[in-house]
Design a protein around this ligand. Structure first.
Ligand code: COI
Length: 360
């Protein structure tokens, strides 16, 4: 396994971590840990990264991130296993996706050593504040923003790369979520930025989230931008359904985030003989299958959401809802995949896939 440069942490910074008290109620991404990694890109080169205290940063209001949204990010997790080891889950996949997102947003590539060195250093510095309850972890948020000032639409010359950390629990407060079908607006179009992890995709989902919340839904499901017919993804997670004991998930393309949890679940399912169909899923056919009982599970998956079952789908008129007749937990594919994934991540099960990445 590659060794990445570890950034130094001064005694003052170590003290910030030592004095940090894990909040009794975590939630997701609410509490930012006391240290972060930062690295400047200027004159066509990445400069020396460093660990510093989390806090306000000086940005000029004309910086291109504020004007034109040139930004990319990742979501990753570190776990404190029962045997005391600190590990991450498939971080090199996040690294690769980060650079694919950066390329789409005309941002500089970040070298593996720099990305992984910053991420590992942040995790190592805060290994003692990783929460260990069910579904808890240290959530990592690497991101890059354009910092050159200027109001012309042009590629920034300067960037800042950050790695923040957040001791986090479950993304959703509910065990099963209600999902509103967004039939009018679209999240992403072919050739757009849908498969890049960039803030604008999430900003585009927020008006739907207001309506969803008003109607008592937890999440929105997006359809394709051409025909408003085929399922794409949830606002921050990938989509799966179980129909007649087979798994279905939308095929990847330029409009869907290439989820690392998604691909891990596909591998886990195939490994135990479950047929996985990566295909176009027509929303109205899915609804018919939900109504007939042929589709008895729908779930969301992602780094933050892990595997979250959907209790019902519904229309944005607020009146028509389609409850999913899910099997008991011991017969649920979603519950089994969630348990298997978490067991690998937390060290409760052997990692036959080589996904777990130790932080020594
Ligand atoms: C993640 O699962 O890490 C995500 O990025 C989803 C969301 C919190 C933006």
């Amino acid at each position: 396994m590659a060794h990445y440069p570890r950034l130094s942490v001064t005694p003052d910074l170590e003290k910030l971590v030592k004095d940090y008290v894990l909040p009794s109620s975590l939630g997701f991404g609410k509490h930012v840990a006391p240290l972060m990694a930062t690295c400047l890109y200027t004159n066509g080169e990445w400069q020396q990264p460093k660990i510093e205290a989390y806090g306000p940063m000086p940005f000029v209001p004309a910086a291109k991130i504020f004007q034109y949204g040139q930004q990319v990010f990742e979501g990753m997790k570190a776990y404190r296993q029962k045997n005391g080891k600190t590990v991450m889950f498939r971080p090199l996949e996040n690294f690769k996706r980060f650079n694919l997102s950066a390329a789409r947003l005309a941002m500089p590539e970040i070298p593996e050593e720099l990305f992984m060195g910053c991420v590992e250093s942040v995790v190592h510095a805060m290994k003692n504040i990783i929460p260990t309850g069910e579904g808890e972890s240290l959530y990592l948020r690497p991101f890059m923003v354009a910092t050159e000032p200027g109001l012309s639409i042009s590629v920034s010359s300067d960037y800042l790369f950050f790695v923040l950390a957040s001791p986090s629990g479950s993304y959703f407060s509910a065990d099963r979520v209600s999902v509103m079908i967004e039939r009018v607006n679209a999240r992403a179009a072919h050739g757009g930025t849908g498969s890049a992890k960039t803030s604008g995709n999430y900003a585009a989902s927020l008006t739907a989230s207001i309506m969803a919340k008003k109607l008592g839904y937890h999440q929105t499901i997006w359809l394709d931008a051409c025909e408003h017919k085929y399922i794409e993804e949830f606002s921050g997670m990938n989509f799966f359904a179980v129909m007649n004991n087979e798994l279905f998930t939308p095929a990847l393309g330029t409009t869907i985030l290439h989820g690392i949890t998604r691909s891990s679940l596909i591998s886990l399912a195939k490994h135990q003989g479950i047929k996985v169909n990566e295909a176009k899923i027509d929303i109205d056919e899915l609804i018919s299958s939900v109504r007939s009982g042929d589709c008895n599970e729908v779930f969301a998956c992602g780094t933050a959401a892990i595997v979250t079952p959907v209790a019902e789908l519904g229309e944005s008129d607020g009146t028509t809802r389609y409850p999913i007749k899910t099997p008991p937990k011991e017969k649920s594919v979603a519950a089994r995949l969630r348990q298997q994934l978490l067991a690998i991540q937390t060290g409760a099960a052997e990692d036959h896939f080589g996904w777990v990445h130790p932080i020594n």
